[in-house]
Ligand binder design. Structure first.
Ligand code: COA
Length: 242
């Protein structure tokens, strides 16, 4: 049986969904959580004394972790089809609280300037995001043998007042390590994030990209729509905190 903490987490999610009053979206999200709960209860891999987003044991090539991985979101939200389509030496899972040491920022630096904040600040950001259930979904592709991250991507679910209290999925920060590009990993990350977005009840999934990446996203089923506008904040010696 799941622990009380689990059940409280599930009930809170269900209650929030009911409060929205959006039957269609609530129904879909509700089914998603039902699936999640039943698979967790039945899963032989789960330590039932831990929170729902923790996997008790995960093998990684010849290595095996005795300590549980603390995951950013329930791993069964990742599309089984996408997992099946990955090369056998790789796996995809939610971001874990100790993925700093597996090169998460190294892969992100393929995309843009990262400014490494250090392990402690990285972990604090992880927990701040994880504390907002059903909002941040960061996932990674990991090389099983080396236990290094080779691909990353995130989905942010924005709750809205329009479209009957609808939600929009924002795909962000997609990057594949240079040594692994061209092996359909980018496509798998987009497929996995879109699957989560649609199963979360989002009525659309959107993203920004450079002109040079338009053909990649078109191959992933996306189409150009309107324009992106941006205004960068002026440089400051320290970031203001609200
Ligand atoms: C863009 C990126 C994520 C693509 O990942 P990838 O794993 O190399 O791409 P995939 O192998 O999944 O490509 C899927 C398809 O898109 C095509 N494709 C990928 N990038 C492309 C590009 N820039 N231009 C044209 N086609 C591209 C591939 O050829 C492949 O086509 P196919 O199905 O006909 O074989 C990766 O190159 C990357 O990390 N780039 C640097 C960071 C970045 O720009 N991220 C995106 C931010 S918006």
């Amino acid at each position: 049986m799941p622990t009380e903490a689990w059940l409280a987490w599930y009930q809170e999610a269900a209650m929030l969904q009911a409060v929205t009053g959006d039957e269609g979206r609530g129904g879909e999200a509700e089914r998603c959580f039902e699936r999640h709960l039943s698979s967790l209860v039945d899963s032989p891999h789960l330590d039932v004394g831990t929170p729902p987003t923790t996997v008790s044991n995960m093998s990684s090539g010849q290595q095996s972790y005795s300590a549980p991985l603390e995951l950013a979101f329930p791993e069964d939200l990742i599309s089984p089809e996408v997992l099946k389509a990955l090369p056998s030496e790789l796996t995809m899972r939610p971001l874990a609280s100790d993925d700093y040491k597996r090169g998460h920022l190294d892969v992100l630096s393929v995309l843009t300037v990262v400014n490494d904040p250090g392990a402690a600040a990285w972990t604090s950001q992880f927990h701040a995001m994880r504390a907002m259930p059903r909002t941040y979904f960061s996932l990674v592709i990991v090389d099983k043998k080396s236990d290094r991250i080779v691909g990353v991507g995130s989905l942010f679910v924005e709750r809205k007042f329009l479209r009957g209290l609808g939600s929009v999925g924002h795909i962000e920060d997609i990057a594949v390590d240079k040594s692994q590009q061209g092996k359909k990993l980018g496509q798998r990350i987009i497929q996995a994030l879109t699957y989560i977005s649609e199963n979360s009840g989002c009525y659309k999934t959107i993203l920004n990209c450079s002109d040079s990446n338009v053909p990649f996203y078109e191959k992933c089923g996306f189409a150009r729509k309107e324009n992106e506008m941006a205004k960068y904040a002026p440089e400051r010696s320290h970031s203001p905190r609200l």
